[in-house]
Design a protein around this ligand. Structure first.
Ligand code: SF4
Ligand code: SF4
Length: 408
């Protein structure tokens, strides 16, 4: 692993109280929980033997809060015990929100956990996919938890996974997220777990994803309040327009296997949470394998090789440095070939092209140029991760490479 910051996705359980139709873990009520012994080894190894100066823990599942607050009490205590090198150590939790109550939120807030939810659109779009039990929808619960989090002074974000159901409704999604003060992260559907049995109902073409994302981009760009954040738009705009900026979203960063690792409940190690359960990509078990030997494993080498192949096959793409061939798991699950480009390649190209065109149009003075300035001006303004951006008026945007590279 060769990055300054390691992101560790910890699958504390594969159990879940929801039955979302696209769940790549195929989680249900009878999964496996991480034992305290495995948790101890995991935190010890990640904080003491990984080379990175920062470790970002993302608690994932299944539904991680099914493990109970005692589990997360242990997490915090073990991180204190083993962070003897004073690494930057942060926590985030990706939850369906159903178990968030005052006590849980207080705990997560006190211990500085960032909280991420999932929401696929207004009730009629969300509740055909994100189900509790066979038929019951989950929209009302999610919106109620967003309200509760705000009462506790927390803003949050949610993953919106784009499927055939919601891909024609970008305006409805944008309005919903904006009204609720939610930061949006676009999720690309992968063909794995339960999604595999529901491909006909959920699957979408790369171009359909691209059309959705382009329309959403315009809604976001034209929104004059500048509050709603949408990933990966911020990362794309910054990487295209800001000198020296690299894509921060994993799907476009390239070589994600050098920055991410997933620990399954039984300690098995994978390149990312999406690979969980795909034996060919298991590095070994955290109880037996030293983290500095991961690079020697066949699974790691396949991913290294993939990036070399992609560098060749995508090399002529004008957007390569902003995309890097996309997500290896998307390639693997959607095309069956880990060495191929991301399944959504054509959709990505539509977005990159559109960003460049909108930027060119914005160079004729208009409000939209301010939005580009805002995004590239960096965060801050006292609002924290999801807060307002600062405007940097000191930059001459006409000198930025996107103008000469793609548009001139
Ligand atoms: S496999 Fe895909 S989702 Fe996982 S870290 Fe890599 S790019 Fe991100
Ligand atoms: S847009 Fe497509 S061709 Fe271009 S770098 Fe990305 S995956 Fe490769």
């Amino acid at each position: 692993m060769r990055s300054n910051m390691l992101t560790a996705i910890i699958k504390s359980t594969t159990r879940c109280n929801y039955r979302c139709k696209y769940c790549f873990v195929n989680a249900d009520t009878s999964g496996e929980d991480m034992t305290l012994g495995t948790l101890r080894t995991t935190i010890h190894k990640l904080l003491s033997t990984a080379n990175d100066s920062a470790v970002r823990f993302i608690w994932h599942g299944g539904e991680p809060l099914l493990c109970g607050l005692e589990f997360f009490d242990s997490v915090v205590a073990l991180q204190r015990e083993f962070n003897t090198q004073n690494k930057e150590c942060t926590n985030a939790i990706q939850t369906n929100g159903s178990l968030l109550d005052d006590e849980t939120i207080d705990f997560l807030k006190k211990n500085h956990f960032r909280i991420g939810l999932s929401l696929d659109g207004p009730r009629e779009l969300n509740d055909v996919i994100r189900l509790r039990g066979r038929d019951a929808g989950t929209y009302d619960t999610t919106i109620e938890r967003v309200r509760l989090l705000r009462e506790h002074g927390l803003t949050t974000g949610a993953i919106a996974t784009i499927t055939r159901h919601n891909c024609h409704y970008p305006a409805e999604l944008f309005r919903l997220f904006k009204e609720n003060g939610l930061h949006m992260k676009l999720g690309q559907l992968v063909n794995s777990g339960r999604a595999k049995s529901n491909t006909e109902e959920l699957g979408l073409l790369p171009e359909e994803y691209g059309e959705f994302a382009v329309q959403l981009f315009d809604l976001w760009l034209n929104d004059d309040e500048g509050i709603t954040r949408i990933d990966p738009f911020e990362s794309i705009v910054q990487s295209m327009l800001k000198p020296g900026a690299r894509p921060t979203e994993c799907i476009h960063a390239g070589r994600c296997h050098e920055m991410f690792i997933c620990v399954s409940p039984n300690g098995d190690l994978y390149p990312c949470g999406l690979f969980h359960g795909h034996g060919d990509f298991c590095y070994g078990n955290i109880c037996d394998l030293s983290l500095d030997r991961i690079e020697e494993t066949p699974a790691y080498r396949i991913l290294q090789f993939r990036q070399d192949v992609i560098n060749d096959s995508c090399g002529n793409c004008p957007f390569f440095q902003y995309c890097h061939g996309g997500c290896p798991f998307s390639a693997f699950s959607n095309t069956g070939d880990i060495l191929s480009r991301d399944y959504y390649c054509e959709g990505f190209r539509m977005v990159f092209r559109h960003v460049a065109e909108r930027y060119k149009a914005a160079l004729d003075p208009s409000d939209a140029l301010d939005k580009f300035r805002i995004v590239c001006g960096g965060g801050g303004g006292g609002g924290g991760e999801y807060g307002r951006y600062c405007v940097d008026y000191s930059v001459d945007w006409r000198e930025y490479p996107v103008y000469s590279e793609f548009i001139a």
